[in-house]
Design a protein around this ligand. Structure first.
Ligand code: ADP
Length: 266
């Protein structure tokens, strides 16, 4: 019985996955707290509770995410770039460009057919182009961030922003709410602004098909659609599992590889 686990301690959410013989046995997700060590312990407890598996049954565990170095119960820490690439290509083998948009950064990752990293680019300097931008805008609109995508696809006349700065864009949203612009059009404007920023980053490295998205923002249908339009391609959606879990899945796959390497060398 080969049970392995992957943990992704992100800026906003902490995710965990258990794999048994390359099949997903269970997953858990919680909101990250200020201390990565505590978030990791909490998600582990939830994962064990929900799967009924004992910690001692996990033979290898790998951690990723910004808080990976603080996880006490893992065998190895692996970068988010490697884990998102690994997880995405496991689910979509034809994926060559992976766009991961999380709570505080956005990464574009290029892989070859064998999964080797060709190059990557990151935006972690500015909130626009990250999930944080969407969270702030949803709050201003008094809606849940999960509604932004559903509402925006019904828009007929998306608003445009005078500035991409998150602070100025908030003022723009308030102005549009007060001028009675439809919620759908404001949501579409927000998602398109976000997609514009991500497209700029994506175009800075030569993208190759197939393209897929990982991270929480991949669940926003409005951003996915707008980004596909700006890049002139169809973005393949990961449907079998929650795309927010891909980093943790990649980490669990690295744990699986550690087990295989150990058994082939002994
Ligand atoms: P991190 O790994 O940095 O913690 P995540 O990959 O968990 O980030 O992504 C968090 C972001 O995902 C949030 O900022 C939010 O914008 C977006 N998000 C989370 N859940 C949903 C949802 N159900 N629908 C649309 N967007 C979502």
């Amino acid at each position: 019985m080969s049970i392995v686990a992957g943990f992704d301690v992100g800026s906003l959410t902490t995710k965990a996955i258990i794999l048994k013989n390359k099949k997903i046995l269970g997953a858990a997700m919680i909101r990250s707290g200020p201390r990565p060590v505590a978030s990791a312990a909490k998600v582990l407890e939830k994962l064990l509770d929900e799967t009924g598996i004992h910690q001692a049954d996990i033979i290898k565990a790998v951690g990723t995410g910004y808080g990976r170095e603080k996880i006490t119960f893992i065998d190895k820490a692996v970068s988010e770039i490697s884990c998102h690439g690994k997880g995405a290509q496991w689910l979509i083998p034809s994926a060559r460009t992976i766009i991961d948009i999380g709570g505080q950064d956005c990464k574009v990752i290029r892989l070859d057919k064998q999964g080797n990293l060709i190059k990557f680019i990151t935006n972690d300097k500015c909130a626009s182009g990250t999930g944080r931008f969407l969270d702030v805008m949803a709050k201003v609109m008094n809606i849940d961030v999960s509604e932004l995508g559903k509402l925006s696809v019904k828009s007929t006349e998306p608003i445009t922003f005078a500035s991409m700065c998150t602070v100025w864009a908030q003022a723009d949203v308030i102005k549009h709410i007060n001028s009675r612009k439809s919620v759908e059009d404001i949501c579409a404007g927000i998602n398109t602004a976000m997609a514009n920023r991500v497209a700029m980053l994506t175009n800075a490295i030569k993208i190759e098909n197939d393209i897929c998205m990982t991270g929480g923002v991949a669940k926003n249908a409005g951003v996915v659609k707008a980004l596909g339009k700006l890049l002139g391609c169809r973005i393949k959606q990961i449907k079998k599992v929650d795309p927010q879990l891909i980093g943790a899945i990649g980490a669990a796959l690295f744990a699986q590889e550690m087990v295989l390497k150990k058994s082939s060398s002994s």
